[in-house]
Design a protein around this ligand. Structure first.
Ligand code: XUL
Ligand code: CO
Length: 438
């Protein structure tokens, strides 16, 4: 049974099209730098926002109807969401989905009953996947909504809560493997603290690492060959979250010997909450060989929280795609961890939001490839450091066998230091503008 009856299959019509239900830039088969757009941009649907979220906020109830013809809180509803999700993905040409355990079934009081429901629904999802090219990008366990996680999951003060977190991770890993997921995400939902007056920070962080090590060992045992991801976020819901940003998360992984199995899942809105640009956290991940996957959304600079908006900022998307192209692509994909604004509550809005997001990243990809092909930015950066390549002094410094005395003697012999050369920021920004809008 068709659920989104008034919505056709979404096609590429080009930038002049005024059809709201058509792609203006995302042309799946168009080849950019030797690869199809669809290969550069493995888009994913986030089960929680698209099929579950109704626009509830602190001040009001939901406004969007996500019942899909079934009674909410039932397994019939869980199945209706699967039907809706697959029709939605097919109509948009989206090849991946991401899920939390509790997005796909109503959670029961007893974890054993929840697990039984999870087996049933994933059988149904597998059936739906058959004969399509839709796959799971990543799975995860929601270890932040249930009241037991009030003090975190791996970082909880309670060993019993830790055990329930372990049970959820175990099950979510099994489901991810069952659905052929490329990755498994840890977003540290409540892994942080409100006050140090009641917190043993070192113990909590060691315990998070313990949970992750157990997860890696079990995942590899049951045949999970994909990447584990940390999705950094500095705050919200906790005041201080342990996985503040990419640099912090990478340091944590290295300190605990987890860096071979983990990469980063970078979310734009989380990076900006940490006081960084999205590009910054992508670069930090990439230079550490840990740029795995992306949660594609954006925040609102006038609001200080995680608004999870669909990305429309082409400049930011261009810089993101510049990083992704330079890193040689993602092992993961682009998950729209994004939700419609509360007043955009219709079915058309659901589709228009994805069209916006996919077009924004397609445009970002096109423009990033133009920046790279233009070459002026990369050439400038190369020249900027040329004194390390072209002078005896520079070669000595980078040879890694120079002493402080040797290098210092260059300065004392010379006496007065020349300026290092202009950073040309404005000129470079003008190049980017001319490529974007020229
Ligand atoms: C929360 C967030 C999560 C993760 C998965 O800010 O981004 O939805 O992506 O748990
Ligand atoms: Co996210």
């Amino acid at each position: 049974m068709e659920i989104f009856k008034n919505i056709p299959e979404i096609k590429y019509e080009g930038s002049k099209s005024t059809n709201p239900l058509a792609f203006k830039y995302y042309d799946a088969d168009r080849v950019i730098m030797g690869k199809k757009m669809s290969e550069h941009l493995p888009f994913a649907m986030a089960w929680w926002h698209n099929l579950c979220a109704t626009g509830t906020d602190m001040f009001g109830r939901g406004v969007a109807d996500k019942s899909f013809g079934a009674i909410e809180g039932t397994m019939e509803h869980a199945k209706a969401k699967v039907d809706a999700g697959f029709e939605f993905m097919k109509k948009l040409g989206i090849k991946y989905f991401c899920f939390h355990d509790v997005d796909i079934v109503p959670e029961a009081e007893d974890i054993n009953e929840t697990n039984r429901r999870l087996d049933e629904i994933t059988d149904y999802i597998l059936e739906k996947m058959e004969g399509t090219d839709i796959k799971c990008l990543w799975g995860t366990a929601n270890m932040f909504s249930n009241p037991r996680f009030v003090n975190g999951a791996g970082s909880s003060n309670s060993a019993e809560v830790f055990a329930f977190a372990a049970a959820q991770v175990k099950k979510a890993l099994e489901l991810t493997v069952k659905l052929g997921g490329r990755g498994y995400v840890f977003w540290g939902g409540r892994e942080g603290y409100e006050t140090l007056l009641n917190t043993d920070m070192k113990f909590e962080q060691d315990n998070i690492a313990r949970l992750m090590k157990m997860a890696v060992a079990y995942g590899r045992k049951i045949g999970f060959t994909g990447d584990f991801y940390i999705e950094p976020k500095p705050k919200e819901p906790m005041k201080h979250q342990y996985d503040f940003d990419a640099a912090t998360a990478i340091g944590f992984l290295k300190a605990h010997g987890l860096d071979k199995d983990f990469k980063m899942n970078i979310e734009a809105n989380h990076a900006t909450l940490a006081g960084h640009t999205f590009q910054h956290d992508l670069r930090v991940s990439a230079i550490n060989g840990m740029l795995g996957s992306i949660d594609a959304n954006q925040g609102d600079m006038l609001l200080g929280w995680d608004t999870d908006e669909f990305p429309f900022d082409v400049y930011t998307a261009t810089m993101c795609m510049y990083e992704v192209l330079k890193a040689g692509g993602l092992t993961g994909g682009f998950n729209f961890d994004a939700k419609n604004r509360r007043p955009s509550y219709t079915v058309e809005d659901m589709f228009e939001a994805f069209i916006l997001g996919m077009d924004t990243f397609a445009l970002g990809l096109i423009k990033a490839s133009e920046i790279i092909e233009d070459g002026r930015i990369d050439k400038f950066i190369e020249n900027r450091y040329s004194s390390y390549k072209n002078s005896e002094l520079g070669k000595k410094i980078t040879s890694d066998d120079a002493t402080l005395e040797e290098i210092a003697s260059y300065a004392t012999d010379k006496g007065v230091c020349a300026l290092p050369g202009s950073g040309k920021q404005e000129g470079l920004e003008a190049i980017v503008n001319s490529i974007l809008f020229g």
